[in-house]
Design a protein around this ligand. Structure first.
Ligand code: BES
Ligand code: MG
Ligand code: ZN
Length: 498
């Protein structure tokens, strides 16, 4: 990963291929570092602003050659938009867009001021975290199966005048790097196509991550899951040649405590064909992302293991394929879940909730205080909130508030959905305790209620990220393909529960 440094100094005196300064929209006479650079460049920046060629709008870039007036060859002035809309999240997006732009110019060595710290007046540590995160995740590309492009940014240095801010900047960079590592790990797992991301391969990636961070882990095979009576989960893998792998990872940041503060359960369907209730061909390839919940849990645990909050977390990935093989579960089949409830499988494409039901029963047996599940669960969620927000559902408003706060800190947008009791009736079966579909209406809510039935009294929040796992284009810190959403929220939640 690109190494980010912080040094004390004045940016106009620093030598790099490009130095990056900034401007808020509407500012006519730049101050701070941008002002110093402007002075060195004989006021060319203010003149261009005056002439209307640069206004500081969000996303605007002004690239200038210095003609030996500065040690660096070029200056990039980036627009930060209106100061009243400014936040550290804006910094993350600006940092990402700027670094992609500079990579396009084949720049190798960049120096930048700490955006937001001076004029923005924001918390130093937080700004540095967002600069680092934006830079690293914004430059992400999935290039496992293509010829790698040779130009990469080699050096990124934050230059800060005020020496008292250096330790905080360094702390923020470390935190941003840890989270970025988690996001990038998750993106790679999700972007990898189904033939290279089977349950077995996913369990190997999980094991590598656990070993690297000294976390204990266990991978249950199908026989071991059968011994635990995970009939719901195993009903999904029946149609596949690939063996299901129930992945369990333990993070123990507080060894004095025996309980787990949190369980993170991530839906890990490595490819969802729909099973016998087969999906249409158009866009089915997107279903390689049906393990994005599990990937975000692994990414978050990776970051958490680096940041070491004093809490305990049990992470579960009930990995399986959903295939229409000759042994596959058929619509109408009745299966028995781990906690003894019978389930009518009305539609084999509603497989995620079957895997999560047994994962929830499993963590309850292991003494967890709070359960968070993350899942690309329903097309209905995608329809309802599009690709702007993920949906939140739960049975405990205190835990919900913690999650909402964490998501705000993470800059990952969610919206709490209603869980009225009336919706529960939609899941009633004539022949079993419950059925796995609730009809055409309110599909994301009935799916959530299905999982909630297994969480019972344990505080639980469900994140439906069906619309958020993949994106069509580069935008801000998101890059085309997998987003890594909501790794950052999970990390912030863990840090907030210390
Ligand atoms: N993996 C899908 C949900 C999904 C859809 C994720 C679109 C991302 C984008 C899930 O397993 C599924 O197929 N759900 C069905 C449930 C229905 C049969 C009750 C759906 O939403 O159509
Ligand atoms: Mg499905
Ligand atoms: Zn699915």
């Amino acid at each position: 990963m690109l190494n980010i440094k912080v040094i004390e100094g004045e940016i106009e005196k620093f030598q790099a291929d490009v130095i990056v300064v900034n401007l808020f929209e509407g500012v006519k006479n730049p101050g701070g570092a941008t002002g110093s650079v402007d002075t060195s460049l004989e006021n060319i920046i203010s003149e261009l602003i005056e002439g209307g060629e640069f206004s500081g709008k969000l996303g605007e870039n002004l690239l200038l050659h210095t003609y030996d007036k500065l040690p660096s060859k070029r200056v990039l002035v980036v627009g930060l938009g209106k100061s009243e809309n400014f936040s550290p999240k804006v910094i993350r997006n600006v940092s990402a867009q700027t670094s992609r732009y500079l990579r396009g110019l084949k720049v190798k060595k960049i120096a930048s001021i700490a955006h937001g710290v001076g004029i923005g007046g924001h918390e130093v540590e937080y700004c540095a975290e967002e600069i680092a995160q934006g830079l690293l995740v914004g430059l992400y590309r999935y290039d496992q199966f293509v010829k790698k492009s040779e130009v990469i940014i080699e050096e990124f240095t934050i230059v800060e005048k005020d020496s008292s801010k250096i330790p905080l900047l360094q702390k923020g960079i470390n935190q941003g790097q840890a989270i970025a590592e988690g996001v990038i790990f998750a993106r790679d797992l999700v972007n990898t196509p189904g033939n290279h991301m089977t349950p077995t391969i996913l369990s190997e990636r999980a094991q590598e991550m656990a070993e690297k961070n000294n976390l204990s882990m266990e991978i249950l095979n199908e026989n071991q899951c059968a011994e635990k009576s995970m009939g719901a989960y195993l009903s999904v893998s029946r149609g596949s040649f690939e063996e299901a792998k129930f992945i369990v990872i333990e993070y123990r940041g507080n060894p004095d405590k025996s309980e787990y503060n949190l369980a993170f359960i991530g839906k890990s369907v490595t490819f969802d064909t729909g099973g016998i209730s087969l999906k249409p061909a158009a866009d089915m390839s997107r279903m390689k992302s049906d393990m994005a919940g599990g990937a975000s849990v692994l990414g978050a645990i990776n970051a958490i293991a680096l940041l070491k909050p004093k809490i305990n977390i049990l992470a579960i990935l009930p990995a399986t394929e959903n295939m229409p093989g000759s042994k596959a579960t058929k619509p109408g089949d009745i299966v028995i879940s781990m906690n003894g409830k019978s389930i009518e499988v009305e539609n084999t494409d509603a497989e995620g909730r079957l895997t999560l039901a047994d994962a929830v029963s499993y963590v309850i047996e292991r003494n967890v205080e709070n359960i968070i599940d993350v899942a690309t669960l329903t097309g209905a969620m995608h329809m309802a909130l599009g690709n702007v927000r993920g949906g939140l559902f739960g049975n405990n408003q205190d835990l919900m508030e913690l999650v909402i706060k964490a998501s705000e800190q993470a800059g990952e947008k969610f919206w709490q959905m209603p869980m009225d009791e009336e919706y529960k009736d939609f899941n009633k079966s004539d022949v079993a305790d419950i059925k796995n579909t609730g009809g055409r209406l309110a599909g994301a809510i009935t799916a959530a209620h299905f999982i909630g039935e297994f969480a019972a009294e344990v505080p639980w929040v469900h994140m439906d990220i069906a619309g958020m796992a993949m994106t069509e284009k580069d935008s801000g810190y998101f890059t085309k393909g997998s987003t890594g959403f909501p790794v950052c929220t999970l990390v912030k939640l863990a840090l907030s529960m210390e």
